[in-house]
Design a protein around this ligand. Structure first.
Ligand code: GLP
Length: 270
């Protein structure tokens, strides 16, 4: 694959076979991402929006909340589907993704009760919950725009290395690295992070009409280069996005450090 980088009109870099927009700073990447979501929502008020969690997304959601409160961005007709949830955490637990979404987005916007979906990590029958979640997405008409972050293992959602490229919503075993990376809301204890989770599959994600991958920070530079430029491989699950016909990557300069051609366009290098 041949990523293309380009500078946008604010002097930021923007790269596309997978289109990679490179910004100088993480804050610009976050606001650009929120802007893309807001634009999609304004164009289609009944958008079905796929959502992600993690540290990277917190400021994206802060932007969306501000756009709702100050500019009237309307979420009343949209439906949302989160990528994943830990198994065995009640929704009030500080580590649960339902709680994360309530705190960072849902309680601050006018999304209607019952229209925001997160897999139920407390379901008795996990396989059935996975099937129910897939059916809900289908019944909503499929995902229009899927927001994605990137894990240090190359995961999207919780699809860890080795995940089948055509998988549907399923139960996964998390890697030790992912549990370590995600330990923050669990008192910093990796061992307190659930070892299992429910995630949309790579096949589910690929069916979204548009994907939007946000990656910031130098710590993810090497894995982002493998996602964008490496071979498509279950060992780097995010690389499957190379097969998507409409996937926008937004990355700050630090995260795009290892992308080929980057040095040609970097602001300040000219
Ligand atoms: C979790 C989520 C992923 C997310 C990743 C990155 O593992 N399941 O969907 O992309 O975190 O998180 P962070 O932004 O905190 O690095």
């Amino acid at each position: 694959m041949n990523p293309r980088k380009h500078a946008d009109d604010q002097g930021e870099e923007s790269s596309a076979q997978m289109d990679v927009l490179c910004t100088s700073h993480a804050s610009q990447a976050e606001s650009q991402t929120a802007g893309i979501i807001a634009q999609a929502l304004r164009a289609r008020h009944d958008l079905v929006l796929g959502l992600a969690t993690g540290r990277t997304m917190k400021r994206v959601y802060a932007h969306l909340v501000r756009l709702h409160q100050q500019d009237g961005l309307d979420f009343s007709r949209c439906r949302t589907f989160n990528l994943d949830e830990y198994i065995g955490l009640p929704s009030g637990h500080p580590g649960s993704y339902r709680r994360y979404m309530d705190e960072h987005l849902f309680r601050h916007i006018n999304i209607q009760a019952g229209r925001s979906h997160v897999p139920d990590g407390m379901a008795q029958d996990v396989a059935r919950e996975c099937q129910r979640y897939e059916t809900l997405i289908q019944e909503a008409g499929g995902i229009g725009l899927q927001l994605l972050g990137l894990g240090m293992t190359g995961h999207i959602g919780f699809n860890e290395p080795g995940s089948p490229l055509d998988s549907r919503t399923h139960e996964v075993q998390l890697t030790e690295l992912t549990r370590h990376e995600n330990a923050g809301p669990f008192g910093g204890e990796a061992s307190a992070v659930p070892a299992r989770a429910i995630t949309m599959g790579l096949g589910t994600i690929l069916e979204a009409r548009r994907c939007l991958l946000l990656v910031t920070g130098v710590g993810k530079a090497s894995v982002l280069a493998r996602v964008v430029e490496g071979p498509v491989s279950p060992m780097i699950p995010g690389s499957v996005l190379q097969r998507h016909s409409d996937c926008q990557v937004v990355a700050d300069r630090a995260a795009s450090r290892d992308l080929g051609m980057g040095s040609l366009d970097r602001p300040g290098n000219s």
